[in-house]
Design a protein around this ligand. Structure first.
Ligand code: ADP
Ligand code: MG
Length: 291
């Protein structure tokens, strides 16, 4: 059975909404030198909302309705925000014939016999769609921290939808406390580089890996472990599960997906990032008493 000090530590952590459920939660986390944090849903609330719409063809409401139609079967938070925005302006989505999600990129749907793509500007560019007319506008929005989603039909760009998320309260303070404790934070995100850098700068994070595809997060953790460096990973999404398992210590947000939670050593039930420095303090104290 676990030493009494560890049992007490687990109890103290639980009182702060932190579930420390493996030996690694106590032994590994207090020794971690690097912490990798997912952006959307971890550093931010993960509740994006539509902020700007720009239509090149048709009206803004038509663009929103078409995008919502393509996104209606997607569980992605960006998709849900687009569907919600369409609902709020009474834009009626056309009927969808087929739908396919492309993880880390967007969705492809067939609507009214035409092919519709909704996703990152990189995704539509990869499909050979020219976005030159909106390139500057996209750059400006992304530099302001927006996630820009492009909407295309039959190989023509119809417009863009810009979404914004909110940084979690106390995120900056929590990261500063970790840094004082000798832990370097890294951001990993599937979102675009410009928006990621903007959020990172607001939080005082210098190391950013953006445009990361779902399967690449675990590989980044593995690289950061080189030389035996202990790495903790914090995430909330399905995409984060392999990286949570690869890390020496996996930490999941309590509001995250089941698979992320199942993959973690520590679960932040409170969803408060202050838990990150606090869990180190608690585990260190537990050990101090034991030794
Ligand atoms: P994150 O790491 O930010 O959670 P994802 O890997 O889920 O990101 O997605 C990365 C990017 O791919 C998003 O920022 C967005 O540009 C695009 N994307 C993914 N899924 C969708 C979707 N359903 N609709 C529109 N864009 C999407
Ligand atoms: Mg996430």
């Amino acid at each position: 059975s676990a030493p009494l000090s560890i049992v007490r530590g687990a109890g103290e952590a639980a009182g702060h909404g932190i579930l420390m459920r493996t030996g690694e939660a106590f032994q590994g986390y207090r020794l971690a030198k690097r912490i990798v944090l997912d952006k959307t849903g971890t550093l931010t609330l993960g509740r994006p909302a539509v902020r700007e719409i720009e239509a090149i063809e048709g009206t803004e409401n038509e663009l929103l309705a078409l995008a919502a139609a393509a996104e209606v079967s997607s569980e992605h938070p960006l998709a849900q925000a687009i569907v919600q925005a369409a609902f709020e302006v009474d834009a009626v989505p056309p009927r969808v014939e087929t739908f396919e999600a492309v993880p880390g990129k967007g969705v492809a749907a067939r609507i009214g016999g035409e092919n519709v793509l909704v996703g990152s500007p990189r995704f539509v560019a990869e499909q050979g769609i020219n976005a030159a007319s909106l390139e500057e506008r996209i750059a400006t929005l992304e530099e302001a921290g927006r996630t820009v989603i492009a909407v295309a039909r039959e190989r023509r760009l119809l417009g863009i939808i810009a979404l914004g998320d909110t940084v979690r309260p106390k995120a900056r303070e929590a990261l500063a406390a970790l840094r004082r404790d000798g832990v370097t934070p890294f951001m990993v995100t599937g979102d675009n580089e410009r928006a990621a850098r903007r959020v990172a700068a607001d939080l005082g994070i210098e190391e950013v890996h953006a445009g990361v595809l779902p399967h690449e997060k675990a590989e980044i953790v593995r690289q950061l472990q080189s030389g035996g460096t202990r790495v903790a990973m914090v995430g909330d999404g399905i995409n984060d599960a392999p990286a949570l398992m690869q890390a020496d210590v996996g930490i999941a947000m309590g509001g995250g997906t089941d698979i992320a939670i199942e993959s973690a050593d520590i679960i932040i039930l409170s969803n408060r990032l202050e838990a990150l420095p606090l869990a180190r303090e608690i585990s260190r104290r537990s050990y101090g008493k034991m030794l």
